[in-house]
Design a protein. Structure first.
Length: 518
């Protein structure tokens, strides 16, 4: 990059910071200085600065920043945004007269940043359009629209049974290593070509886990429409605390331009623990499980920023997928119940299903979308029928069948049909399904066309059916992805097509087995 270009970027940065300082500064902020009196694991006690305001940005030596969080009579408790080993007692602290902010803009897409907006991907400085404060008020109710436009995740179990809409907040929860991040990653990858931008915020994750996610995004060409915000597990609790707020401000900048944005918080368990650590070090009174009393508020003020704006306010949307970790399948613990009450539904991942190889391990009975069919394409509603009820009945009956109970023909058929549903819900990681593929398979599944297929051949039969999609009339394929309910003649045509393909598949399979035996 030429020296002239670097000078232009530096001047742009200076001018924008001056504008932000004027827009988000505290009135009559004098150039006060104080001194560091003590340092404790990311929390700094500062003497002096009598005029400092709550959440004001403070400047420390060695380029470090902090946020004034406890304003006491004789000292200030500040959250340090960086490594405390670079500070010593007696160092000078300076007020800035403004709040913490992050750079926003189109040039952030495809980049990996820390919560301060600094690049950590080795690709040089970030060119930004403006700076937004990390803490911003949520949109007013009158500026919002109902959630009615679907956000397709490409996961059959979610799009069919637990639909998510643009502007919704859907919690993903489950024990460790049950596939929570995989669901969020699949959802991001499926937004390719759908004009949805994505933000992935890793909070206190292992560096190896984050590197794996970034590699998958790059391999699937999803990084080009994604911004990755990273804090590793060994970083200061202050950076972990501000990470989701900074990521949300970046997302809001796109939303206010009328864009649709998907943000993933991975995960808010680490965020809550970081805030608990900071609060206890700041001598705030501990409450249930030693969390501070305002732990609900810090998450609600974050997630309330996810919404769908009306046309007068730009028409953009921000869909949030917060992730939370449970312990021993206890979804009634403190932090999980807090977030369940804030969000518009939850996707629960069961370790038992995971151990059985049913992936994604979504427990349909404990998962729910409070927006439901209002955020689902009409084509889904016209073909899905009683899929969820049939699956629930199967799970109940399957428990009785394990005891060797003699079953009547109707019960046996219900169990066999349920086994096909469960097999259909299984899906490999990083292989999202399009709306067209899901609708064709769903219609055949709910009408029992797969019931005659041997269970071990289900995936092969699905593949054969999907390969035949180009043979369908073009106008019918367009109606499949539209928001119009399928007509009876369309369903009959699809069912006839599916029946022919599956019948041909079975005949071909039987012939292969016969030839093999001979």
């Amino acid at each position: 990059m030429a020296v002239k270009d670097l000078n232009n970027i530096a001047q742009q940065t200076f001018d924008e910071m001056e504008r932000v300082r004027g827009e988000y500064s505290f009135p009559f902020a004098p150039r006060e200085t104080g001194t560091v009196s003590s340092i404790t694991s990311g929390v700094i006690k500062v003497e002096g600065l009598p005029g400092a305001s709550f959440e004001e940005l403070l400047k420390f030596p060695n380029g470090l920043s902090g946020i004034a969080y406890n304003i006491d009579e004789t000292e200030i408790g500040a959250i340090l945004l960086g490594e405390d080993s670079l500070l010593n007692a007696g160092d000078e602290v300076r007020r800035t007269g403004r709040v913490m902010d992050v750079p926003v803009g189109e040039d952030l897409l495809g980049r990996v940043l820390n919560p301060l907006g600094e690049p950590v991907d080795g690709k040089g400085p970030v060119a930004w359009e403006k700076r937004f404060p990390i803490e911003r008020p949520a949109p007013a109710i009158m500026d919002r629209d109902p959630v009615a436009v679907p956000l397709q995740t490409g996961l059959k179990v979610i799009d069919a049974l637990i639909p998510i809409g643009r502007g919704q907040r859907e919690l993903i929860l489950g024990d460790r290593q049950t596939g929570k991040t995989a669901i969020a990653l699949d959802s991001i990858i499926n937004q390719k070509g759908k004009n949805v931008l994505c933000i992935y915020c890793a909070i206190g994750q292992r560096a190896s886990s984050v590197a794996k996610v970034i590699a998958a995004l790059r391999e699937k060409e999803a990084l080009e429409y994604t911004v990755v915000i990273v804090t590793e597990g060994n970083e200061s609790p202050g950076l972990k605390y501000i990470a989701p707020y900074a990521a949300t401000s970046i997302a809001e900048a796109f939303m206010e331009k009328g864009r649709d944005v998907l943000i993933v918080y991975d995960d808010l368990t680490h965020h809550a623990r970081a805030y608990r650590e900071l609060s206890l070090l700041l001598r705030r009174p501990p409450g249930r499980e030693a969390f501070p009393g305002d732990i609900f508020y810090i998450h609600s003020r974050l997630l309330e920023r996810a919404t769908r704006l009306n046309k007068e306010s730009g028409g953009g949307s921000l869909t949030a997928l917060p992730i939370i970790e449970t312990e021993a399948q206890n979804i009634s613990a403190y932090i999980p119940t807090n977030l369940i009450s804030i969000t518009d539904g939850q996707i629960y991942l069961s370790p038992k299903l995971f151990e059985l190889g049913i992936l994604p391990a979504v427990d349909v009975g404990k998962s729910v979308s409070r927006v439901g069919g209002k955020a689902q394409l009409s084509t889904y509603r016209s073909v899905i029928g009683d899929l969820k009820l049939a699956y629930s009945q199967f799970e109940e009956l399957e428990n009785y069948a394990r005891f060797g109970t003699r079953l009547d023909e109707h019960t046996r058929q219900t169990i066999e049909h349920g086994k096909r549903i469960r097999s259909w819900l299984k899906q490999k990681e990083l292989q999202p399904f399009s709306v067209e593929e899901q609708i064709v398979e769903l219609l055949a599944l709910t009408r029992g066309k797969f019931d005659a297929v041997p269970l071990e051949k289900m995936k092969e039969a699905e593949t054969a059916l999907l390969k035949s999609l180009p043979d369908l009339p073009q106008n019918l394929r367009k109606r499949l992805v539209s928001d119009e309910s399928l007509k009876d003649e369309d369903k009959e045509m699809l069912l006839k097509h599916s029946e022919e393909i599956l019948k041909g598949f079975q005949e071909k399979t039987s012939k292969k087995e016969t030839d093999g035996n001979s």
